[in-house]
Design a protein around this ligand. Structure first.
Ligand code: AMP
Ligand code: MG
Length: 405
């Protein structure tokens, strides 16, 4: 029997971030940048009017007042998206809209409120300082400045900056494509109606959702019967589009050996027991010409989900290029007694909350590996060490937060 750490170490060995790929900014959301990015353009890329008004030379308004306005001919009119067709000469003004490039020779933009909004001649009642209402080229981001570092995670704010400095795509570690496959003669498509003996393939949709939540792309397949031929051909077909395969079912000691038999023909997959509850039986290895990693998770829905969280999710996060691959762990006060099996690390479902400024965790009512109602109501896994057979109320426990990245 392996410890959780030993199995985790084994499944992470050799896992690297996927090779960088150039993707559009929209597709880059959530991805990890593969290289530093420098601004190919400054921001703003040209001196820009920041308000609607009149572009002027400051010297022409030195004496302007309510009593004696400066009167200037308006020689051009520049909406955003256009450029002035003439240079601004002393003694003239150009009407300009916010976002338009400053005309050659212009020094400031007078807001409409200081004027009579006149055309083709404007009266201006105040003096203005050089540079007022102008955003200078490069003031926000100078040319060739590093705007994002390798390893940073691209969200809307980072993407806003990348787009603004003129980029349309960036080099990221792409999202792994994860094939999720369920095996079991009893399984039927969820929502398809149930006859006695049949079970909805909840693992397929659960693990696919968990894969997506981890940041990867899920391709759900199945359910596949416990029969070597269809399982073999399905896995062979799926290998071409998989960076990782996750199957559930058929690994417990009493299960039919279909999965083991097929996988031993397609690659090197090791079946082990891990000292944990739930999730003891675990299969892991590589398949096919590209040595595609595969996880064979136990079929019990809670076991499958917990196994995914503890072993598969960190692998996906590493493929995505993340530095932090594990969920955050906090210390919490246990609200009621929690028994635990000797010699196994227990991951008990629980509800984590904050009471009087400290974390408190309540174990979920149902503890069996099949109890999904309790899983759905929980937001955390209480970790009870191998050597402990009971944790008393009030004791501090480590808690994995399932609702935090
Ligand atoms: P197995 O690992 O195939 O022996 O399955 C153990 C238990 O989990 C059995 O009660 C199965 O019916 C159940 N099970 C297996 N696969 C799934 C699945 N994809 N969705 C829901 N329950 C499953
Ligand atoms: Mg089965």
């Amino acid at each position: 029997m392996r410890t959780v750490e030993e199995h985790l170490q084994a499944v992470l060995t050799g896992v690297l971030p996927l090779s960088p790929l150039e993707v559009t900014l929209v597709d880059a959301r959530g991805c990890v940048l593969a290289e530093d990015v420098v601004a190919p353009w400054p921001l703003p890329p040209f001196d820009t009017a920041s308000i609607d008004g009149y572009a002027v030379k400051a010297a022409d308004l030195l004496a302007a007042s309510d009593g004696i306005p400066a009167v200037l001919p308006v020689v051009d009119d520049v909406p955003a998206g256009y450029r002035a067709s003439v240079e601004l000469l002393p003694g003239t003004a150009i009407r300009i809209m916010a976002g338009a490039p400053m005309p050659e020779g212009a020094e400031a933009v007078v807001p409409f409120a200081w004027t009579d909004s006149g055309m083709p001649e404007v009266r201006i009642v105040r003096a203005i300082a050089l540079g007022t209402n102008v955003r200078s080229r490069g003031a926000d981001v100078p040319l060739h400045e590093v705007v994002a570092r390798a390893g940073s995670i691209l969200g809307p704010r980072e993407i806003a900056l990348l787009a603004s400095v003129g980029l349309g795509s960036v080099s990221v570690h792409p999202q792994p494509r994860v094939v999720v496959l369920s095996t079991g003669n009893e399984l039927v498509e969820p929502g398809g109606g149930l006859l006695p003996g049949l079970v909805p393939d909840s693992n397929g949709v659960t693990i696919a959702a968990a894969v997506q939540e981890a940041g990867a792309i899920a391709y759900r397949v199945g359910p596949i019967p416990d029969d070597p031929a269809p399982l073999m051909s399905t896995i062979e077909d799926q290998l071409v589009r998989a960076d990782l395969i996750v199957t559930t079912g058929g690994v417990s000691a009493t299960a039919y050996d279909t999965v083991k038999e097929v996988l031993s023909r397609l690659g090197t997959v090791e079946f082990t027991t891990v000292a944990m509850q739930p999730g003891m039986p675990q299969g892991h290895g590589v398949l096919g010409p590209d040595q595609t990693p595969i996880f064979v998770l136990p079929g019990n829905p809670v076991s499958a989900y917990v196994s995914f969280e503890i072993f598969v999710r960190p692998v996906i996060r590493r493929m995505l290029g993340h530095q932090r691959i594990h969920r955050p762990v906090v210390r919490a006060v246990l609200s009621e007694a929690l028994p635990s099996p000797a010699g196994k690390r227990q991951f008990a479902r629980g509800v984590l909350s904050i009471e009087d400024g400290r974390y408190v965790v309540s174990p979920a009512a149902g503890r069996g590996s099949h109890v999904l109602g309790a899983l759905a109501n929980s937001n955390a896994l209480v970790v009870v060490p191998e050597g402990v057979t009971e944790v008393l109320p009030g004791a501090a426990v480590a808690v994995i937060r399932l609702d935090e990245v």
